[in-house]
Design a protein around this ligand. Structure first.
Ligand SMILES: Nc1ncnc2c1ncn2[C@@H]1O[C@H](COP(=O)(O)OP(=O)(O)OP(=O)(O)O)[C@@H](O)[C@H]1O
Ligand SMILES: [Mg+2]
Length: 490
């Protein structure tokens, strides 16, 4: 079971089922015992009542037994008629054990069964006065009470009152079937109620999950979860998460500050270094070896300056201190200008370059230098990752009320597994390749492109097929819009 909700519901239902089953068992037992007791009381009082009637009648009339037509002793008709009204099995025996009276229920039994009853009643006085008796063959099981008649004349032996045990069992069984009917209903209700309770109890957890999920990167770390008024477990969890986010936000800010400060501090010594090397390089009569070493150093210094500048820009972007200086410009001018630089690069790499702009002006409010940087980054990549003889195409065109810039090349392409990472900082497809070798780079170019596009409220996308080429598509809104949240991931 995947969710706590499911587990809670299951536990709740099992606990309830066990409770119900135990309750039902106790109820059934109690009901059964009570029914047996009722039955016992009933036949005891039937026997007592019959005994009372016999005693009273004897006092009033004297003789209660007389011979029937066959000469067998029986009760006098008046008395017999009176006793007919007694329910259940009732028999009265004479002192010699012969049968004086049998109730309608008893008369309905077979001769053999009546004989069984008679024999019980005719047992010596010391015998049991109550018990259970199975009437043979396949007759009912009776619970009986025996009462010896001592004060109704010399003829009487005993009264036996008995009732079918089934009647006692029946009421308990009825209860059992009612329970069997109610139990599944109760369980289904428990399942529904349980899952409802669990869902409601855990709804705040789902809310917390959603809220935490929305905090995707360093830029949304300023957000806090809504803290409930009640400081229950979830309230405390929310509080703890919020405190954790405060700490995270602080460390992120410190990290950005550090990167920004470090890059800034590196700029001055780099400038001094470059000036020094440039001065040394122009010195006359320098041995060619020293010249080569100085040139290499200068190249490295330039690369490092670029890196430091890129780092500083990204750090400032993260801090929110890299504002855009928007001005309304014709994007065609920027595209053509950067296209020319691209053509120089392309010519150097023996790559064919093409620039396409629409006939109508494309006026948009952008930070011209940033957009220039974005296009140049994409063009540099396109030329860098396209072998000699390939082609690069830079195109500007409006689409759906937005402006679209595409840089397409016929180069080496990007493996599908690499696509999700190419906008990450310092990520390079072939990191094994040395920084100074062919296709050198730091892996910050696309991260900067992404930030520039998003800071303008636009997007940047890539499509690529290994060996066939890559197309980067940048869309920019025609009007100034707030930058999309998120920005380059921190
Ligand atoms: N047009 C392209 N064709 C093929 N792969 C590309 C292309 N553009 C980028 N990539 C891949 O994406 C990676 C990241 O590009 P990114 O521009 O961020 O870094 P870089 O060019 O290596 O270094 P730099 O910081 O100097 O630009 C590159 O290393 C390369 O593997
Ligand atoms: Mg690059």
């Amino acid at each position: 079971m995947q969710t706590i909700r499911g587990r809670l519901t299951a536990w709740y239902s099992i606990a309830l089922a066990l409770t119900l089953a135990a309750f039902a068992a106790v109820l059934y037992g109690a009901r059964r015992a009570a029914s047996y007791q009722d039955l016992d009381q009933r036949i005891q009082s039937e026997a007592a009542l019959t005994g009372g009637i016999l005693t009273e009648s004897y006092r009033a009339r004297g003789v209660l037994v007389r011979g029937d037509t066959a000469g067998r002793p029986v009760l006098i008709p008046d008395l017999a008629a009176l006793l007919e009204a007694v329910p259940d099995y009732l028999i009265i025996t004479a002192r010699d054990g012969s049968l004086l009276f049998a109730s309608p229920d008893a008369r309905a039994l077979t001769f053999q069964q009546v004989e069984q009853l008679r024999l019980v009643a005719a047992a010596p006085i010391s015998g049991r006065t109550s018990g259970a008796l199975q009437l043979e063959p396949d007759g009912p099981k009776l619970h009986y009470a025996l009462r010896y008649v001592t004060d109704a004349g010399p003829q009487f032996g005993a009264i036996l009152a008995g009732a079918n045990l089934r009647s006692a069992e029946l009421s308990a069984e009825q209860l059992l079937s009612t329970i069997a009917l109610i139990l599944p209903l109760g369980l289904v209700t428990a399942l529904l109620v349980g899952s409802w309770i669990a869902r409601h109890a855990l709804a705040p957890v789902d809310r917390i999950i959603t809220e935490v999920r929305e905090i995707t990167d360093g830029r949304s770390l300023h957000r806090r979860l809504a803290e409930p008024m009640v400081k229950d477990e979830l309230g405390r969890l929310t509080e703890t998460l919020n405190q954790m986010m405060t700490r995270l936000e602080r460390s992120f800010a410190a990290l950005r500050r550090f990167t920004a400060d470090a890059s800034h501090e590196l700029k001055t010594p780099l400038t001094v270094l470059r000036a020094g090397v440039e001065r040394a390089i122009t010195m006359p009569s320098l041995p060619s070896e020293a010249l080569a070493a100085l040139e290499e150093t200068l190249q490295e210094i330039n690369r490092m300056t670029e890196l430091v500048e890129a780092l500083l820009m990204l750090a400032r972007a993260d801090e929110g201190t890299a504002p855009l200086h928007r001005e309304t410009v014709d994007l065609r001018a920027i595209v053509e200008e950067t296209g020319e630089t691209g053509e120089l690069l392309a010519a150097e790499a023996a790559v064919n370059m093409e620039v396409a702009t629409p006939a109508d002006p494309v006026i948009v409010p952008v930070d011209a230098s940033r957009i220039r940087q974005l296009i140049l980054n994409l063009l540099t990549n396109a030329v860098k990752y396209t072998p000699a003889g390939g082609s690069v195409r830079l195109q500007l065109g409006p689409s759906n009320g937005r402006v679209t810039l595409t840089v397409a090349d016929s180069g080496v392409g990007i493996a599908p597994g690499d696509l999700p990472h190419i906008f990450d900082r310092f990520w390079r497809a072939d990191s094994a390749r040395t920084r100074t070798g062919e296709r050198s780079g730091t892996g910050l170019g696309l991260a900067i492109c992404k930030w520039i596009a998003e800071a303008h409220g636009g997007t940047i996308d890539v499509q690529s097929r290994p060996g066939r080429g890559t197309t980067f598509t940048v869309t920019l809104p025609r009007e100034t819009t707030a930058p999309t949240p998120g920005g380059p991931s921190s």
